[in-house]
Design a protein around this ligand. Sequence first.
Ligand code: ZN
Length: 126
Amino acid sequence: MSRIRARFWDPTGDRHGIPTYPWQMAPPHLLTLRQLATRKLRPGGQGVQAQILWASRRHGAPGVRAAYLYDVRFALPKRIPTSAQLAALAKATAARRTCPECKQDAGYVLPRHLGTCLDCAQERAA
Ligand SMILES: [Zn+2]
């Protein structure tokens, strides 16, 4: 193990407060939020269980970056939106697509800077 990796190897959390692993050395049951999401999971009630630390040179200055890990065994399935929630969402989207000038559903969300559909905006400009 390299010196850098040893610095971030702290599975008991003695030095870093929570269990800490170098990049790619965390046990397989610990996942980032993104990894949970790809499995259609969310952390559930649990807080951060562990972290991955690595040295990064991104953004110029070298620094230590962290990714927080959750235990997949405590994770819960992502909430599926109810039909009522989906209907509310569809309504909100429809409102944003309906042109206030010609009252038509433009078929796309109206550009905020125009406030109308493209056809109306063009007519106005002509
Ligand atoms: Zn219009």
